[in-house]
Design a protein around this ligand. Sequence first.
Ligand SMILES: Cc1cc2nc3c(=O)[nH]c(=O)nc-3n(C[C@H](O)[C@H](O)[C@H](O)COP(=O)(O)OP(=O)(O)OC[C@H]3O[C@@H](n4cnc5c(N)ncnc54)[C@H](O)[C@@H]3O)c2cc1C
Ligand code: FES
Length: 268
Amino acid sequence: MDVAAAVTWNRPLSSDYNVLALAAPAIAAAAAPGQFVMLKAGAGSDPLLRRPFSVFEILRDATGAATGLTILSKRIGVSTALIYDASRGQRIGCLGPLGRPFTVVDPPTDAWMVAGGVGLAPFATLAQALHARGVKSTLFYGARRGTELFYLDFFRALDVELVLTTEDGSAGEKGRVVAPLDRRLAARAPSSAVMLYACGPEGMLAATARTATTYGRPCQVSVERIMGCGLGGCYSCVIPMRNEHGGFHHVRSCIAGPVLPADQIVWE
Ligand SMILES: Cc1cc2nc3c(=O)[nH]c(=O)nc-3n(C[C@H](O)[C@H](O)[C@H](O)COP(=O)(O)OP(=O)(O)OC[C@H]3O[C@@H](n4cnc5c(N)ncnc54)[C@H](O)[C@@H]3O)c2cc1C
Ligand code: FES
């Protein structure tokens, strides 16, 4: 579906992060956790191309019907600056839902989500899906500083245990998010099943993948390659994956992913 969605609200969370709500009910109703939309933030030729964003929240009315979706955006360039400044009523081209979603586990498997920075985005809908299935969930969430840890009460309300880290030590444990993940995995009985889900900078994803392999745990990662089309047409988003012959081949992460099995990715 490709719609010119009206901005219903725009909430700044910090000087760089904002949450933008779009009236795109059909896309919202069809979206599964981990899927994304391609947004065209400006009307002219700059930016020429749409940009990919995870579906952050599904907005619903009193009857539970989807009325729209939000995205959690971090300002890094031309499109995200336009998204940060977007005003109510403005139209934003919204194409989706796109890509392969997370596979949601069932009890007795626990779910451990690992988020770095804006990599939190796909976990709001995933946490809701896990909560609905009664899965015990933990969110390992790392940011540069405490003021960039967002939506903590949202996850607490879904009974998600929070393990927080910051690079400057201003909230949670000082350091990288993979450190407490490693310790928790080391302490966990091998017989108790856990599925890891990760989204964030590629270095963090690679470290999470290595940690998952060390402890023999399955891990689904949502990769963030630069995407020109989101539809499989431009090959800007390829990522090397191992094949059964011991070599590797490139897959288009917009259609084979963005959620991919961590142990099959060739981390560079
Ligand atoms: C599947 C998917 C889901 C995403 N979900 C979110 C989300 O929920 N929230 C969010 O804020 N961002 C998300 N991103 C990243 C987002 O698409 C980029 O931040 C956005 O395209 C930047 O556009 P821009 O025009 O503001 O920056 P540009 O002006 O295009 O780029 C600014 C700089 O950032 C670099 N850059 C652009 N895109 C990426 C990227 N994907 N990875 C690394 N460097 C990049 C460029 O090379 C350039 O140096 C997602 C990306 C993917 C692939
Ligand atoms: S973004 Fe164009 S092929 Fe993946």
